[in-house]
Design a protein around this ligand. Structure first.
Ligand code: AHR
Length: 499
C-alpha cells in the first residue's frame, strides 16, 4: 500500500474558486449544435427545437458559462447570417471544419438555450476574417438597449431585452497557421487592442479575453503571449490557454502525468503575464482563461476519412474511457490548485464533440468524463486551501509525477470541506492522511469513488453505466485526523461536514 499525506492550514488559502472555472464550450462543429442541443422534430425537443434531455444533463453538470460559437469556426463567421427569420438565413461554407453551416441556429437561439440550461454565454468575436468594427456591431446587437441600428435590429428579431453578455473572447487561436485570418503576435495584439477599445467604449461593463497560444508546444509560445499582452494589456482582462491531451502511445502512466504538464503550462503563463505587468509597472493583473482543455485523440483517425461539405457530420466524437476520466479528475484538481489566477476554464466541449454528453435520435447519455466534472462542479465550490501534498512519485515524460493528485476546497458558509483526489498508481491502493484539527467537529458524510478494472472501459448508449461512481469509499476522521484509502487507479471525492 502506498502512503501519502496532505498538509493544510485553514489560513493558508489559494483563493476563492471563481465558479466560471467550471465552464464549457459549444462550437458550431460536428453535432454539437445540430442534434446536440438543437434538433427540431426530435421527441426530445421543446417548442423551440432545443433538446430537453441535453438541457437536463447540462443543468446536472452545473456549468456556469458556455463559450460560443467557436473555436476555429468563429474565425470565418458572419454573425449576421445567424439572426433574423430562419428562412432568410444563408447556408455558408465553413472552411474551419470543411462543412456546410445552415445558420438555422444562431446567437439568439443560443441565448435562449443558455437561459434554459441555467448558464451564461461567453461570446467569441471573429478577429480572423473580420475585425474591430464587426466585433463592436455584434456587441451593440447583443448588449445595447435600443435606439441604434443593431440594437433595434435585435428588437425587430423578437428580442426586446439585451442579452447582456459580460464575457467576450477576442478571436480564437490566432497564432495557429490553420486559423482563418492567422496573424503574427504583433498584428493580433494590435487588432485585439483596437477591438477591445471599441467594445469597452460601447459597454465598459464587459470583460475581455485575449488569445494566448493554441497549445504549449507552439513554436511561438511565450513570445506570443508577451508580445500580445504588450499591445493589448490595458484593454484585456484575461489571457487564454488551450491544451488537449492524448494517450496515442498507450502509455497510461505517462498519460496520467499530463496534469504535471498542465500545472507547468499555467505557471509559465502566469509568469509571462506578471513579466508584462512588471514591464508596464502596472497595478492591473492579467488572469487566465483556460478556455479549451480536455482529452482529444480517439476520433483523430475517423475524422481523416470524413466526407467534406456535408451538414453536421459525426466529427470529433471521442468515446471516452475510464483512464480519460481519471486524467480529467487530475486536470480539474490542477486548475483548482491555481484558483488564484485561473478564473475561467472551459471543458471543450459539452455535447457530442469531444464531450461529456452524447446524444442520438433515441436519447442522451453520460460519458466517463462526465463524472469527475460533475463532482468538482457540484461539490468543489468555495475556497481552495494551499495544500502541501507529500506523495511518492514516479518518473514520467514530465519528470517526477506524484502518484497522488489532490486538492481541498473549504466552504465556510456551508461548513463543509471537499477533498478531490486521484491515486494514479496502477497496482497499489494508497493510504492518505490529513490533519484536520482546525476543523473541529467535521466528519465524513460521503466518500465517492470511481474505478474500473479495465482502464479502457467506456460508456455507450447501449451500456451507459459501465463506468460510474459509487458511494462507500473507506475514510474516517479520528482524533482530528482524516484517513482514507484510495483504491488503485481511482477518482475520489471525500465530502466532510461539521456535525
Ligand atoms: O475544440 C476543437 C478545436 O480545437 C477548436 O475549434 C479550436 O479552437 C481548437 O484547436
Amino acid at each position: 500500500m502506498k502512503k501519502a499525506s496532505i498538509v493544510i492550514d485553514k489560513d493558508f488559502i489559494v483563493d476563492r474558486v471563481d465558479p466560471r472555472i467550471y465552464g464549457s464550450f459549444i462550437e458550431h462543429l460536428g453535432r454539437a449544435v445540430y442534434e446536440g442541443i438543437y434538433q427540431p422534430g426530435s421527441p426530445f425537443a421543446d417548442e423551440q427545437g432545443l433538446r430537453k434531455d441535453t438541457i437536463d444533463l447540462v443543468r446536472e453538470l452545473n456549468v456556469p458559462i458556455v463559450r460560443y460559437p467557436g473555436g476555429n469556426f468563429v474565425s470565418g463567421f458572419h454573425w449576421e447570417d445567424s439572426v433574423g427569420p430562419k428562412e432568410e438565413r444563408p447556408s455558408r461554407v465553413d472552411l474551419a471544419w470543411n462543412v456546410i453551416e445552415t445558420n438555422q441556429f444562431g446567437l439568439n437561439e443560443f441565448s435562449d438555450w443558455a437561459k434554459k440550461a441555467n448558464t451564461d454565454v461567453m461570446m467569441a468575436v471573429n478577429l480572423g476574417t473580420r475585425g474591430p468594427e464587426d466585433a463592436k456591431n455584434l456587441l451593440e446587437y447583443c448588449n445595447f438597449n435600443k435606439g441604434s441600428y443593431y440594437s433595434d435590429l435585435r428588437r425587430k428579431h423578437g428580442y426586446a431585452d439585451p442579452h447582456n453578455i459580460k464575457l467576450w473572447c477576442l478571436g480564437n487561436e490566432m497564432d495557429g497557421p490553420w486559423q482563418m485570418g492567422h496573424k503574427t503576435a504583433y498584428e493580433y495584439g494590435r487588432t485585439a487592442a483596437e477591438a477591445g477599445r471599441l467594445m469597452k467604449m460601447m459597454d465598459p461593463s464587459i470583460e475581455l479575453v485575449a488569445c494566448g497560444s493554441s497549445f504549449l508546444d507552439m513554436p511561438t509560445f511565450a513570445q506570443w503571449e508577451a508580445t500580445v499582452l504588450e499591445e493589448c494589456y490595458n484593454q484585456v482582462d484575461y489571457l487564454s490557454l488551450h491544451q488537449y491531451y492524448g494517450n496515442q502511445e498507450n502509455d497510461t502512466p505517462n498519460f496520467l502525468a499530463s496534469s504535471v504538464g498542465m500545472d507547468r503550462f499555467i505557471s509559465s503563463v502566469v509568469s509571462i503575464c506578471d513579466y508584462v505587468q512588471a514591464k508596464k509597472r502596472g497595478k492591473k493583473k492579467i488572469n487566465l482563461s483556460f478556455d479549451e482543455w480536455n482529452v482529444w485523440y480517439h476520433s483523430n483517425e475517423a475524422d481523416q476519412k470524413l466526407e467534406k461539405w456535408v451538414q453536421a457530420p459525426h466529427q470529433l466524437e471521442d468515446v471516452y474511457n475510464f483512464e480519460d476520466a481519471l486524467l480529467i479528475g487530475s486536470l480539474l484538481i490542477t486548475l483548482l490548485r491555481h484558483a488564484d489566477r485561473v478564473k475561467i476554464a472551459c471543458l471543450a466541449q459539452l455535447v457530442n464533440v469531444i464531450a461529456p454528453i452524447m446524444t442520438s435520435d433515441t436519447g442522451a447519455w453520460r460519458q466517463t468524463i462526465f463524472y469527475p466534472f460533475f463532482h468538482a462542479s457540484n461539490y468543489a465550490r468555495g475556497t481552495v486551501l494551499n495544500t502541501l501534498v507529500k506523495s511518492p512519485v514516479y518518473d514520467s515524460r514530465f519528470g517526477d509525477a506524484p502518484y497522488l493528485d489532490s486538492v481541498l476546497v473549504m466552504n465556510e458558509e456551508e461548513e463543509s470541506l471537499t477533498v478531490l483526489a486521484v491515486n494514479k498508481s496502477l497496482d497499489e491502493d494508497m493510504e492518505i492522511t490529513c490533519d484536520l484539527r482546525q476543523f473541529a467537529g467535521y466528519q465524513v458524510v460521503e466518500h465517492i469513488t470511481m474505478s474500473h478494472d479495465d482502464m479502457k472501459a467506456v460508456n455507450t448508449q447501449e451500456d451507459p453505466d459501465q463506468v460510474k461512481p459509487v458511494s462507500g469509499g473507506v475514510s474516517k476522521v479520528e482524533s482530528g485526523v482524516l484517513s482514507a484509502v484510495l483504491g488503485k487507479h481511482s477518482w475520489n471525492v471525500i465530502r466532510l461536514k461539521k456535525a
